[in-house]
Every structure is written in structure tokens, then in C-alpha cells.
Design a protein around this ligand. Structure first.
Ligand SMILES: [Fe+2]
Length: 210
């Protein structure tokens, strides 16, 4: 049977890879003062760098430039956003997941676009899962239908298993979680939030400067 499925209003999760970082930069990123994050409530287990603007460090300027290049590609080329605003990294921090650590289901507030750069992902040290919003209305919002096979039209969560130096960029409002690290080695990732800066609707009655 010949047919076409029109995929309406998909959620864009960008997946790319950066060149491997040198050992000195990696060492700097993985040796931090660590704190337990406050926003995950009682279910938090992993640690985050106390520095929440780690990409603003002068010695990481080159890495910031690489990440910004991917953000700009996602915003302007993938999403088709018009030029005029700059999409800037507002916060950035390193996550350390030791054996048994996980990230509970959450999304990022005070941010429009978020992303993760994977610094070290030992085998079996966990995947990131993205979750369909509970309020997302689709065919399956009404009845708890059972499925014979999972596919992109019926699953409520989709997992990705990143490799070292993979970068993911996605809408901040998209809920996600990270499964438990079952490897003896620590897993390190660098997360970042992005906020647009500039003026929207210039000259109109809805002008807003961010
Ligand atoms: Fe997150």
C-alpha cells in the first residue's frame, strides 16, 4: 500500500558530536567543587559543579565557542529562527554520576533551549530519556491502549545512549531523566541553558527587550 505519514509538530532534539577534548580541558571539567543540586528534590543523587557558569571561564572560551556554534546551527538552520536575537548560554555546569546515581524526571526553567555535552560516558553508565508531556494531546490521551510494538507514534518516552563528545540540544520544556549509572566508573556531562537576548517586535506595541 502506498502512503505518506505527515509528522505534524515534531519535537526537535538535535544530536551531533564535537571533536574530542584534550586531556587538560577534560581534567579541568571533571575536577570541580561539587554540590548536590537543589531542583530535583529528594530524588537527586548525582552531583553538579558549584560553578554554574563553567563555560564562562576564560580557559574554556574555545569550548564555549564550539558549543555556541551548535546552538546557533540548531536555532537558525534547524528551527529556522530569524536573525536579530543572540541565543546566549546563560548557565552551564558539569554533572558527575557515580555508580547508582540517576537524574529524576525534570525540565529546565528560566531557559528556552537546553543541551548536554557528554564528556565521559562509560559503557552501561546510563541513557537519557525524553518524556512526552503529560498534557500532550495525541491519539492516546483518552484510552490506555495496549500496543503490540513500540514506535514513534505511541511511546511516551524515548531513550538515547550518548557516546563521549556527543552533544544534544533540545527545548528546555522537554522533560528528561537519566537512568542509573551501573558502571563502577563515573559518568560526566556538561549541561547548559540558553536564553535569547535582544529586542523582539521592535517598534510595535508588543516590543520586548530581553
Ligand atoms: Fe536536565
Amino acid at each position: 500500500m502506498s502512503y505518506t505519514i505527515h509528522k505534524l509538530f515534531p519535537t526537535p532534539v538535535y544530536h551531533s558530536t564535537i571533536p574530542a577534548l584534550d586531556p587538560i580541558t577534560l581534567h579541568k571539567l571533571m575536577n570541580n567543587e561539587w554540590v548536590a543540586p537543589g531542583y530535583l528534590g529528594a530524588n537527586r543523587t548525582h552531583k553538579e559543579s558549584a560553578d554554574r557558569k563553567i563555560l564562562h571561564r576564560p580557559e574554556l572560551a574555545n569550548l564555549k565557542k564550539i558549543v555556541q556554534k551548535h546552538i546557533d546551527f540548531y536555532v537558525f538552520d534547524v528551527l529556522g529562527v530569524a536573525p536579530g536575537l543572540s541565543w546566549e548560554i546563560s548557565t552551564s555546569w558539569v554533572n558527575q554520576n557515580s555508580k547508582g546515581d540517576f537524574h529524576d524526571n525534570h525540565y529546565h526553567t528560566n531557559s528556552m533551549i537546553s543541551g548536554t555535552l557528554y564528556l565521559r560516558v562509560p559503557d552501561q553508565s546510563s541513557s537519557i530519556f525524553f518524556h512526552r508531556d503529560k498534557g500532550h494531546e495525541n491519539l492516546w490521551s483518552t484510552l490506555l491502549i495496549e500496543f503490540e510494538k513500540d514506535n514513534e507514534y505511541n511511546v511516551a518516552s524515548i531513550g538515547l545512549a550518548p557516546n563521549d563528545f556527543d552533544i544534544l540540544i533540545f527545548p528546555s520544556i522537554l522533560a528528561h531523566s537519566v537512568t542509573t549509572n551501573t558502571n563502577d566508573e563515573d559518568r560526566f556531562s556538561l549541561a547548559f541553558n540558553v536564553w535569547p537576548r535582544g529586542t523582539i517586535g521592535e517598534g510595535g506595541n508588543c516590543e520586548l527587550t530581553l
